[in-house]
Design a protein. Structure first.
Length: 242
């Protein structure tokens, strides 16, 4: 399939297979994109998703994009609103990491980096986080009160997950979800259970890595375990411009 972006004064006509699908004003922010892991290019135009393995299938005013970088350059030229940064930062990203037995034990004192800092003026906002614990080779001890939380520069994000259950479980692989939001008991107009995302200031998140740690309740390093143990963490997140 071919995709064309053709400028027409203050408008850009987006065509799919030669047929006009959208007519967009060049000041709108209706185009988003992300580079797929298999080197393909996924992009969205005003709610519609499109995929191509070869950027050359996309053209701007008749000129095919030779590379994914060429696509980004052409988009920014067609839609000047993107000149300050690509909208790919607003799309969902995934990071998968695996902690060793030694790294698991020191989570209370040494946070483990899940996602590296994204640069000045950018913040990582987690959307979901899954922990897959394989501790069948040996349970951990000294885990009373142990909990895992996402954190940015030492500031926790979301309510704690009661990790002591997973740390002591050896019967099988244990899959758990680490919260990305705070759960709390509201009052007044917000009586009952409520959730919130704990952004205090933008400076708290500016150019900071996203970590996994055990900082709830002053727990010391775990003991026990086994060198064959592993903890896989899969976190989905977006990167925003501050």
């Amino acid at each position: 399939m071919t995709y064309q972006f053709n400028t027409d004064g203050d408008y850009v006509d987006f065509k799919v297979g030669g047929v006009t699908a959208q007519r967009l004003h060049n000041t709108c922010q209706a185009v988003e994109w992300v580079f797929a892991e298999d080197d393909g290019l996924i992009f969205k135009v005003n709610g519609g998703y499109y995929f191509t393995e070869d950027p050359a299938n996309i053209s701007f005013d008749g000129a095919p994009c030779a590379t994914k970088g060429g696509f980004v350059t052409a988009i920014k030229a067609a839609f000047p609103v993107y000149a300050g940064g690509g909208s790919s930062e607003s799309l969902l990203k995934t990071a998968t990491v695996e902690l060793t037995d030694a790294q698991i034990k020191t989570l209370p004192t040494t946070p483990f980096e899940l996602v590296a800092a994204q640069g000045a003026g950018k913040a990582i906002i987690p959307v979901s986080c899954i922990a897959i614990s394989n501790f069948t080779a040996g349970a951990y001890t000294n885990i009373t009160g142990a909990s895992w939380q996402l954190a940015v520069d030492g500031m926790t994000i979301g309510s704690p997950f009661d990790a002591f259950t997973a740390l002591g479980y050896t019967a099988a692989i244990y899959v758990s979800q680490i919260p990305c939001v705070d759960f709390y008991t509201g009052a007044g107009d917000f009586a009952g259970s409520s959730i919130t995302f704990p952004i205090v200031t933008t400076l708290s998140y500016d150019n900071k890595a996203l970590d996994l740690s055990d900082v709830f309740g002053g727990v010391t390093n775990y003991t026990g375990g086994n060198a064959a143990n592993a903890l896989k963490v899969i976190v989905q997140y977006v990167v925003i411009d501050l």
